[in-house]
Ligand binder design. Structure first.
Ligand SMILES: Cc1cc2nc3c(=O)[nH]c(=O)nc-3n(C[C@H](O)[C@H](O)[C@H](O)COP(=O)(O)OP(=O)(O)OC[C@H]3O[C@@H](n4cnc5c(N)ncnc54)[C@H](O)[C@@H]3O)c2cc1C
Length: 400
């Protein structure tokens, strides 16, 4: 007679359990397993059903314009450690196809932030200088340089900033590739298992789940929009606000959009996927209903498409075939949280709000390093869990 699953789980003690099967959790589990840890990954639904499988696939390596414009240069300076993190993660992305033995449809032709107003160009120059100060090789493009690079961009644009390290990858492929490799290295992955409660025992953690109890020495929380629900009962306030946004995709067309595009005046990300479809997003809000469910907001859809056509008018005959929503998250200062959980030695937390697909591989690697060694080679002081206790941190921004 086989052992009932719950009984079996009660007997098995893992070194580390990672809670949340998005890109951050799957990458963490992979790097743990790669370093010989007896690791498990749990997700309440299936892998990649959260933001990691619903995002627009942009690999961001520049300061986003909306928070820069709204929160100012002082905020942008405090964001630089988070930007360095993104740049290093993009470097990591480039080695993933070989490491994971999987084509993740990565390309890194660069990102172009176009402007239609001269005053925005002055702002972009300040932003470029800040990016250059940490080694990101962004440059300004004059109107003629922009036309030479991307003749399909509207002639109303007066110039742009170009960030050569940016690009795209396929969100439907990355998390499953990390999870597959983690399994091959001996990690345990259980889906349909919701963690309901975390208890700290003397030398271990006890997780009460919808599939019985799990025990482990250490835990890593990568539950993103579900973080507050998990740490609230521990007496901790994660200060993470959920932020539902939407993305649209067009029919497949001939390849001609080589770069990731943004627009300074209104929210936009626009890029062409390997399949030929054009992905149009930029953080336009979805509708949240009274029961907490989310759905496409038609006003956001209209605005998003209007902005896309303003930047690339030649897309007007192209059909949008699908729009979907995803639950993103945001911290008060838009920086990530990468830390141990205050008061709970052996528990770690990682969340990179709104740009977390780009950051996911390095977030996983850093969390694994923290879990295995208790410290990281990176300076993580800007990403502490408890920094919001200071009133100066009361900055509010938006999803990108
Ligand atoms: C529409 C949209 C577009 C975006 N576009 C981009 C983009 O182009 N580029 C970019 O860099 N970023 C983008 N982002 C942000 C990016 O997708 C996220 O920051 C990133 O995917 C977060 O990854 P994660 O692994 O931390 O979280 P998630 O992918 O959200 O995974 C968290 C997982 O935890 C599970 N979970 C939660 N609570 C529990 C529990 N109690 N027990 C068990 N499991 C639990 C959930 O089921 C979920 O699968 C976008 C986000 C959205 C929503």
């Amino acid at each position: 007679m086989s052992t009932p699953r719950n009984e079996f789980l009660k007997q098995e003690q893992f070194d580390t359990i990672v809670i949340g099967g998005g890109i951050a959790g799957a990458a963490t589990c992979f790097y743990l397993a790669q370093n010989g840890a007896h690791a498990a990954l749990l997700d309440m639904y299936d892998l990649n059903t959260g933001a990691s499988g619903r995002n627009a696939g942009s690999l961001h390596g520049q300061i986003q314009y909306e928070p820069f414009d709204q929160l100012g240069v002082d905020w942008a300076r405090t964001f630089l450690p988070a930007l360095e993190f993104l740049a290093d993660s993009i470097s990591l992305w480039k080695g993933l196809p070989e490491l994971l033995n999987s084509d993740l449809e990565i390309s890194s032709n660069g990102g172009i932030m176009v402007a239609e107003k001269e005053e925005d160009l002055r702002q972009l120059q300040i932003k470029v200088d800040l990016e250059n100060s940490i080694g990101i090789p962004s440059t300004m493009l004059s109107q003629s340089e922009l036309v030479a690079k991307a003749p399909y961009v509207s002639q109303h644009m007066v110039g742009a900033a170009f960030c050569p390290i940016e690009g795209k990858a396929n969100p439907l492929l990355a998390t499953p590739a990390f999870a597959k490799k983690a399994r091959e290295l001996g990690a345990t992955i259980h889906t349909g298992v919701e963690v309901l409660k975390i208890d700290k025992m003397k030398d271990s953690f006890l997780l009460t789940t919808t599939s019985g109890d799990y025990r482990c020495k250490k835990i890593v929380l990568t539950s993103n929009a579900g973080l507050s629900r998990l740490v609230g009962p521990l007496g901790l306030d994660a200060q993470v606000v959920n932020s539902p946004v939407q993305v649209s995709v067009t029919e497949q067309i001939q390849h001609y959009i080589k770069y990731l595009f943004y627009f300074t005046t209104e929210k936009l990300t626009l890029k062409q996927a390997k399949s030929g479809s054009v992905l149009i997003g930029g953080g336009w809000p979805a509708t949240t209903h009274s029961d907490g469910s989310i759905s496409v907001n038609p006003d956001s859809l209209r605005s998003n498409l209007r902005v896309a056509l303003k930047v690339v008018p030649g897309l007007s005959p192209v059909k949008v075939i699908r729009t979907w929503v995803g639950m993103g998250s945001q911290t008060p200062d838009q920086r990530p949280v990468i830390d141990s959980l205050p008061g709970f030695p052996g528990a770690y937390v990682g969340i990179y709000p709104s740009l977390g697909f780009s950051a996911g591989p390095l977030l996983g690697k850093t969390l694994a390093e923290l879990t295995l060694n208790g410290e990281s080679e990176r300076d993580l002081s800007a990403f502490r869990f408890d920094r919001f206790a200071s009133p100066a941190a009361a900055l509010v921004g938006s999803e990108n």
